[in-house]
Write a protein that binds this ligand. Sequence first.
Ligand SMILES: *Cc1c(COP(=O)(O)O)cnc(C)c1O
Length: 369
Amino acid sequence: MSAGRIELSPVRFDERAQRLAVSVLQSGQISQGPMVEALEARVSAIAGTRHAIAVNNGTASLIACLRALGVGRGDEVITSPFTFVATVNAVLAVGATPRFADISSGTFDILPDSVEALVNARTRALLPVHVFGHPADMTSLCAIADRHGLAIIEDAAQALGAAHCGRAVGSFGLGSFSLYATKNVTTGEGGVVTTDDDSIAQSLREFRNQGLNAQRESVGFGLNLRLTDLQAAVGLPQLDDIEETTRRRTENAALLSDGLTDLDGVIAPSGRDGDRAVHHHYTLRVLDDARVSRDALQAALTVADIASGVYYRSLVSDLPHVNAATPRAGDECPSARAVTTQVLSIPVHQHLSGHDIERIVRVIRDVST
Ligand SMILES: *Cc1c(COP(=O)(O)O)cnc(C)c1O
């Protein structure tokens, strides 16, 4: 018995987005213009930063952040092995060496002790990932960065609107967001850097535009990383709705967790007290003592027409191109490695109905008890 497919990250644009897109088409201003400016104003308000600089995707925004801080060859950047490959590709793109700290198996973020153990004279920056929309432990990471004089770049690609101890992610260091199709707010492709630093903001605006300043004079090396007004336009209504989207996702996560308590070996995701997560993914852990394996649980969901995903099936530190380019990589991360065999992300998005949640819970309970 199927009541229609339940998707993991559906993309829906309402009439407001359609109207704005048509207005861009009619305006004749199709590349970076007033819609991009409006998107930047909304993101800087959400992140609580003086500046937001839109770029063409979240990988470009990470690369722009690293370049803006002067991170390059010979520098080490400490990050998570349990992330989307873009995080580490950005580090490699600027010629720096990624180092990998182990993660908490409860909250999936890098462990401060593991980070501090990797710090050495070549370390330039920390690159924590707010994975699945849960803030990393920024209090501890900022303390480490302060102690050792390190920069912080937050990979907040999955976490627009999240906050740690009342402070928005993207405001602790340079913030890097993605507006890719699967993210909580999407323009198809897109990225945004957030910062309070006026001179870094200016250099980022120049870098995304061929190294041209506001007077269109060349002031250095740059690339074309511009977002288009057509893309920005379809993101504006979603940015206006972000509180409501996060409220629904938070409510859905709570309903799933209520429905999935008391299952042996099936662990619901947990956040840190005082943090505000945006629930990009709702990621279960299926342990060895569960009645069902992770893969069998995923198969049961597939049969019931419920989409799910394994994020992440392997560590980015194990990828051949990462090892080849970074002889110092291969840092042991036993918790992260164990987690890759346990995780399963199930739908939590804002378009789920109460009935959808009941269906998801029922399928999981049926095979887990
Ligand atoms: C999506 C994502 C990125 C990259 O963003 P793109 O817009 O796809 O380039 C980087 N890091 C993480 C953790 C992501 O999830």
